[in-house]
Structure formats: C-alpha cells, structure tokens
Design a protein. Sequence first.
Length: 197
Amino acid sequence: MKATILILWSLLFLTMVNTAFAQVKYEKEYRLDIAEVPDSARQFLAELAFEKRIKWYQEEGLEDVSIEAKTKNKGNRKKYSIEFDKNGIFEDVEIEIGWAEIPSAVQHRVCSYLDRSFDKFKIERAQVQFTGEHPAIKAKVREASVQPSPQVTTRYELIAKVKKEKNFQKLELLFNLEGELIRQSRIVSTNTDNLEY
C-alpha cells in the first residue's frame, strides 16, 4: 500500500514539473546569404536605413522556420533583431535592453511571478519587443527609443535561469506591458555558432 501511494505521489510530482515547463523552445540558427532572404524582408530593412551591417539568419524551431535580421542601431547603440516568417512577412522587432530599463511596476510583477513559481531565478537577458502595423514599427525603430508608445504593442521577453525542486531550467518568458505572463517556454540547448551583431 505504501509503495502504491509513493508511486502515485511520484507521478503527480512529475506531472506538476512537466506542466510547469510544458512548452519547449528549440532554435537553431544558420547564417543566410542576402540572396537567400525574401525580397519583402530585404525591402522592409532597406526602409529602416540601419547604418550598421545587417546579418541574416534562418531560425529553425520545433514547428516553424523564420528569417531574422540582426544589427545595431547607431542612434542608441543597441542590438536589434527583426524577425520575419519564412516568406518574409514581418513579425516583430526585439531590442536588447538592461533590466533597469523595464518600468519598475513591470519589474515588480515579473519578480513576484518568478518568486511564486520558482525556488531561485536569475534573469540573464532582457529585450523589449514591438509589434504592429508597418508604418508605426518603422517610425518606432527610426526614433531609436525602447520606451512603450501607443502606436505599437510592447512586450518584454526575458531569458532566465530558474531552479525548482533541485531542477534547473533555462526559460524564455514573455510579459505584456502590465507585467502579466503571456508565454513561458523551456529552452532546449543546441550547439550553435557564436552569433555576432
């Protein structure tokens, strides 16, 4: 009887751990030659007129393939990642920021969520993500600001190392402008080249 109860508790625990890390994010990136990039993606970037060199990548996930342009913006000296679907349709712009650049109310809600959900956590990287209509996105990139604006949808993407019940995971977490969790994915490590901007 005790063995049966122990097995049931073990199964319940494993189910809870697997539920907490249910979504998995797997990505592998490959450099692309400019000739391999869809015309619509190249045109979109040309209209943004980045002064720094643009490097193109194909990103393979578990269920999809996307195209990504990486560069730096001379206006704010930050790293930019502009993502398109495999056909060159714009998806979002992500800009690397410091944790301190996220509004304090959002920081508080994010930390509250992480404190409740995990025994320990460490935020390794933060990005602000902008989505919206092309003219608004292009204007936002040209102004070189990472501050939210009403013309675009703003989210915060974090990479964090977390520990729960002696299990360590690396997570990608997406929060809205109010600091509410939108998506949480466990990152599966892959051997990739060092990517430079």
